[in-house]
Design a protein around this ligand. Structure first.
Ligand code: GCW
Length: 648
């Protein structure tokens, strides 16, 4: 019996964790049997956390934390020096030391730092952006717009009296990847969030987040002075409105002295805004910015605007915002979605980036998978964000925001692999030059596989590949070659390219985007069409405008191409479309096979969870392919190539 037991123990050591997992520990799964010596300059809430984390997890050399100014370090930066068998960690701020603690633990999990045998070394880290912020689209009734992982974490009814343990766990997870700010509520904002009652609740959360270096921000409703204050207008130039916001800012900062500022969705999808009063976005943003200025607060003003006019939707943000360049106060940042339409599986970057040289800009990525299969589909998004940074220089941006994918689900994000997107967002916000591959490796080694176990290497390699290919697979089975917005009406999950809702806005219909007809398919945004290509810098404009040079992945974004158009592969457009859809399906099936190989290496709970979601994904991929190809075939009049799996 004893022998059997030790054999079992040996096997479990070799194969890794086989115990039940609750999935809630994210990438912070380190064992807690460490015993290194940690020295700290003083006691404080933040330093106590840093020490606690290191004492629990750090198994390497003794660590001394030192608070010190250093010309090469920004306020949250840090330096780790290994000299004579000791580590000295310096930073100008306590938060910097906390980040260093998490960095050390991460490196330990990666098996590449802090082991006594190694020679002296040094690491210097500075975040690329001062503001690395999550946007929660959480409503006050705890529903989440485009949320697929349960309800909102914020239990407004119980706050501020009852404080869930998850609030601190949330702050810890964010701090561990360098996220330092959060907008708690939906951009489709209720004015109630600014009531005295709710500000007390917000304060309770801010108090929990503060030691972790996280500041709280709120989305505001531009009509709050009317809805909450009883004024007859919300005109940003009206003196009572100005006074109302000034008073509100004072009240907020009295309650939460380090409050970060406002996020605003104005005159977009029915939300109120300055244009309702014939004022510009700049006038609206500046009025709020002036109210927050005395307290160093900022305004993040979204550029996600479009209306059912004749102008191509993809052009509208640029048309409306570019002329306002130079008119915004210096504590306003214009927040722009990565693409010109709306978080599609693939879009070219928004040409508004770089087009307002005198205005601070920030990018908004969507971590939640509104258009990428919710929490059913495995889609690692870092390659998409990396693609964005191929076009937009990180240094041209002031800050970075991500729409959160977090909810009350035990594993936080629904799909176990969706955690990787939260993780990747934080890591890229800290350092946008990290590659998506490196981040995936980091995440896998901290979640599923043990870097110190050579037996894990081959399977970790396969799963890493699966992650890296996953977003492109979604593009292929949903909307290859620059197609976009083929989603079903009402939700954004399945395909409905034929959708036609009488009386609905034309720009909410898939046919507005794909424009399939007997001749071909795609949206002509070249000079012969909407001329959206002209919004791009010259060299890109030329590249995209000419159907002969436009890259395949954007072809149907910029061109209405004939079905017989010759693609870069030499195939006709129709054949290529069929191959791409089919390839997407085959890819998901290959993910299923790869994942099955992981069974003996990871815990049963997460294994089965991912396995069953991949099954759904494979079924959905076939659904997308069949729906789209059968529909487009009505226009092309051609059959799918023989090798392509056809619908039965
Ligand atoms: O993508 C669309 C979503 C809306 C969202 C909007 C926005 C919060 O479908 O749900 O509203 O974008 O970004 O404002």
């Amino acid at each position: 019996m004893k022998k059997l037991l030790s054999l079992f123990l040996l096997l479990s050591c070799l194969l890794g964790p086989v115990s039940a997992e609750d999935g809630s520990r994210l990438w912070l799964r380190q064992s807690t049997d460490a015993h290194a010596q940690i020295t700290t300059p003083r006691q404080s809430p933040t330093l106590n956390i840093a020490v606690r984390e290191l004492k629990q997890a750090w198994k390497g050399l003794p660590v001394t934390l030192v608070l010190k100014k250093d010309k090469q370090l920004s306020s949250e930066g840090f330096r780790i020096r290994q000299v004579n068998g000791k580590l000295t960690v310096t930073s100008p701020s306590e938060t910097g030391l906390l980040y260093a603690a998490y960095h050390l633990i991460r490196l330990q999990e990666m098996q590449n730092f802090g082991k006594p045998s190694e020679t002296d070394q040094e690491i210097t880290e500075n975040p690329a952006y001062d503001l690395r912020i999550l946007n929660h689209w959480d409503n006050l009734d705890r529903s989440i717009e485009r949320g697929y992982a349960g309800k909102s974490l914020w239990n407004w009814e119980e706050l501020p009296g009852t404080l869930s343990d998850r609030y601190e766990a949330y702050a810890r997870a964010n701090a561990s990847i360098g996220i330092n700010a959060t907008v708690l509520n939906n951009v489709n904002a209720s004015s109630k969030i600014l009531s005295a009652e709710y500000l007390e609740k917000v304060k309770a959360l801010a108090d929990i987040f503060r030691p972790y270096g996280i500041k709280v921000y709120l989305s505001i409703n531009f009509a709050s002075p009317m809805q909450l204050g009883g004024l007859s207008t919300a005109d940003p130039l009206d003196k009572d409105v100005i006074a109302w916001w000034k008073q509100k800012a004072k009240e907020i900062y009295r309650t939460i002295p380090d409050f970060g500022g406002f996020l605003v969705k104005a005159n977009s999808e029915g939300q109120p805004g300055p244009c309702d009063f014939n004022r510009t976005h700049a006038e609206g943003a500046n009025m709020l910015a002036d109210a927050l200025k005395p307290y160093k607060g900022i305004v993040m003003w979204r550029a996600f605007v479009y209306s059912p006019t004749d102008a191509d939707r993809a052009k509208q943000a640029y048309l409306e915002f570019q002329p306002l360049d130079g008119q915004f106060r210096d504590n306003v940042i214009v927040q722009i979605k990565n693409g010109p339409v709306d978080f599609q599986p693939r879009e070219p970057y928004s040409p508004l980036f770089g087009a307002m040289p005198r205005t601070p800009q920030m990018v908004e990525f969507q971590i939640t998978q509104e258009y990428l299969g919710f929490s059913n589909h495995l889609a690692y998004l870092a390659p998409m964000w990396e693609e964005f940074f191929d076009f937009v220089k990180p240094s041209s941006l002031k800050a970075i925001a991500g729409v959160a994918n977090i909810g009350t689900d035990t594993n936080w994000c629904g799909h176990p692999f969706a955690q990787a997107n939260w993780y990747a967002f934080g890591r890229m916000a800290w350092n946008p030059s990290l590659t998506s591959g490196t981040i995936a490796e980091e995440w896998l080694k901290q979640t599923f596989f043990d870097a110190s176990n050579p037996k894990h290497a081959p399977i970790a390699y396969e799963i890493h590949n699966m992650m890296m290919e996953s977003r492109e697979a979604v593009v292929d089975y949903m909307m290859p070659l620059g197609l976009h917005h083929l989603f079903a009406w009402g939700h954004h999950y399945g395909p409905e390219p034929w959708c036609d809702v009488p009386g609905a806005r034309p720009d909410w219909m898939p046919s507005y985007y794909h424009k399939a007809d007997k001749q071909g398919i795609g949206f002509d945004r070249s000079h012969t069409g909407s001329n959206a290509t002209a919004q791009y810098p010259d060299s890109l404009c030329r590249l995209y405008d000419d159907i002969r040079t436009c890259p395949d992945e954007y072809l149907l974004w910029f061109h209405h191409a004939p079905w017989q158009h010759t693609m870069q592969s030499g195939r006709t457009l129709w054949d290529e479309l069929c191959y791409r859809y089919d390839h997407g399906v085959q890819q998901v099936r290959s993910f299923q096979k790869k994942w099955d190989l992981a069974e003996n290496y990871i815990d049963a709970e997460r294994f089965k969870d991912v396995q069953s979601r991949l099954k759904i994904q494979a079924r959905d991929a076939v659904w997308w392919k069949d729906a789209c190809l059968l529909y487009f075939q009505e226009f092309s009049g051609m059959r799918a190539p023989y090798e392509v799996e056809r619908p039965i």
